[in-house]
Design a protein around this ligand. Structure first.
Ligand SMILES: C[S@@+](CC[C@H](N)C(=O)[O-])C[C@H]1O[C@@H](n2cnc3c(N)ncnc32)[C@H](O)[C@@H]1O
Length: 216
């Protein structure tokens, strides 16, 4: 299968820093404050994976999965010279073929679900939810669903469309509106229990959502 991130992959983290300063990285690591040493943590579509490195530094047992050899090569570069209590396990695979059911305390989907068209995105979200153990959490870090007055919503949408257009052109990602992740999480039986927002020009443009299974 062709590597969709061959062109844009090597500069992915640089672009995210240019686009957001440190806000994307802050968003991706927002829920790490809840991770305990020894927790089993999965990063789906890890990319360059500085968030995964941070989780391993917190003492978590980290597994990362990505389909792109280019992204994983960049991830490996970020691992150079680092030692963790639990070495990171790297899996080169389509996440839909990764089936460690009920195995993880945390499953992170940072800027991952937005690469898929909406119907398939929900299938991927459902699949990720099966990997979360009974008391675990699914964490989604991504672009903030437009909220607030007309001006704020237009800014949030424009900010998203510049990014999605770039990634549609260079990585063949799906082109779509910003997804309403809380709504989709509810539809698969999860509930957002904690939200952290990250601003661009004082307007919320990213959020990290920690979701747990709803009681029956
Ligand atoms: C937009 S990037 C986000 C990377 C990283 N999570 C971040 O926040 O920087 C999406 C990542 O998902 C990976 N990916 C796309 N489809 C995938 C799939 N079906 N299975 C596993 N990884 C996939 C891509 O290779 C890419 O690394």
């Amino acid at each position: 299968m062709s590597d969709k991130y061959k062109i844009i992959g090597p500069v992915y983290d640089l672009l995210s820093t240019i686009y957001s300063g440190k806000q994307i990285h802050r968003c991706k690591t927002a829920m790490h404050e809840d991770i305990k040493a020894g927790d089993k943590v999965l990063f789906a579509g890890v990319g360059h994976g500085r968030d995964a490195v941070h989780a391993a530094e917190c003492g978590a047992e980290v597994t990362v999965v990505d389909l792109s050899a280019t992204m994983l090569k960049n991830f490996e570069k970020n691992l150079k010279g680092r030692n963790f209590k639990h070495p990171i396990r790297t899996v080169h695979s389509d996440i839909m073929k990764f089936a460690e059911v009920d195995a993880y305390d945390y499953v992170f989907a940072n800027f991952f679900l937005n690469v898929f068209p909406e119907g398939f995105m929900v299938d991927v979200m459902k699949h990720l939810s099966t990997l979360v153990n009974k008391n675990g959490a699914l964490v989604v870090g991504d672009f903030h669903f437009p909220t607030g007055n007309w001006f704020v919503r237009k800014f949030q949408s424009l900010y998203w469309y510049i990014a999605v257009l770039t990634f549609t052109i260079f990585a063949k990602n799906a082109f779509h509106e910003i997804y309403n992740y809380p709504k989709h999480l509810e539809s698969i039986g999860f509930k957002v229990e904690k939200t952290k927002r990250y601003n661009i020009f004082a307007l919320p443009c990213y959020w990290s959502l920690k979701a747990t299974r709803q009681a029956d």
